[in-house]
Write a protein that binds this ligand. Structure first.
Ligand code: HEM
Length: 221
């Protein structure tokens, strides 16, 4: 019997998008763990001031925080200026009412997904929202940083940080906003991972592997 191809292969994610995706995943994971600890430093007794647990965890938080800030800037740049327009093309779907209806219907097992870019409209809007959350968590993080480290980058950011702190109602609020934004990430990650696996099963393609290999495989109808 002759072998017949049953899947079509599409190249959807460039190496930059894949590498930045996993760098972001790693930094968000580390930032949530260390962030929870910074918010509630339960390991150090009040009398033992020379134990640097908090200092080391804050150090890790800041390293990964700068990592996330760099990736966030790079991703904003790539979204607008990458030679590969597969992400930008999704904007056409966001503006099309019929794309929204076909996405929502397909989630209820009615009909097929029909989209111009790689993301569905609801997915695209969610990614834009989480990118804005990322921007704000980086800004509030840098403001907190400038308040702890007054030299180098901290010093350079001091004036703008003082202005942002005043707009947010004081340093305590900057911290609370930074903390609440963390919950947006926690909720996003749970739904994002669930939807990635679910949509691979629902639409018979390899959605999770494609962010590793760059290729999507669609089952031929
Ligand atoms: C997903 C990203 C992030 C999460 C989930 C996160 C989470 C947190 C949390 C929960 C806290 C403790 C706030 C509190 O007192 O309740 C914190 C503090 C802090 N974060 Fe973040 N953060 C993130 C990104 C960043 C970024 C991008 C920076 C920038 C470099 C940053 C810098 C800081 C600093 C300097 C503090 C204060 C540490 C201290 O006062 O000891 N964070 N973060």
């Amino acid at each position: 019997m002759q072998h017949q191809a049953t899947h079509t292969r599409h190249y959807i994610f460039t190496p930059a998008i894949r590498i930045f995706h996993w760098l972001r995943a790693l930094s968000i994971f580390v930032l949530i763990i260390t962030g929870f600890y910074l918010a509630w430093p339960f390991l150090v007794a009040p009398s033992s001031t020379d134990v640097l647990v908090q200092g080391w965890l804050r150090f890790a938080h800041i390293i990964f925080g700068f990592g996330l800030t760099a990736v966030t800037i790079a991703r904003f740049y790539l979204f607008f200026f990458s030679r590969h327009d597969i992400e930008r093309r999704s904007f056409k779907d966001v503006m099309s009412v019929s794309s929204w209806i076909s996405q929502l219907k397909s989630y209820l097992w009615v009909g097929h997904l029909n989209k111009a870019g790689v993301y569905g409209p609801l997915q695209f809007v969610t990614y834009v929202a989480i990118s804005i959350v990322a921007l704000f968590i980086c800004i509030t993080g840098l403001v907190l940083y400038a308040n702890v480290y007054h030299q180098g980058l901290g010093g350079a950011l001091w004036e703008i940080s003082a202005w942002i702190t005043a707009q947010m109602g004081g340093l305590a609020y900057v911290r609370v906003i930074h903390h609440y934004l963390m919950w947006a990430f926690i909720i996003f990650v749970v739904i994002h991972v669930y939807m990635a696996v679910w949509s691979g099963i629902r639409f018979k393609h390899n959605s999770v592997d494609s962010i590793v290999s760059g290729y999507d495989y669609h089952k031929d109808h």
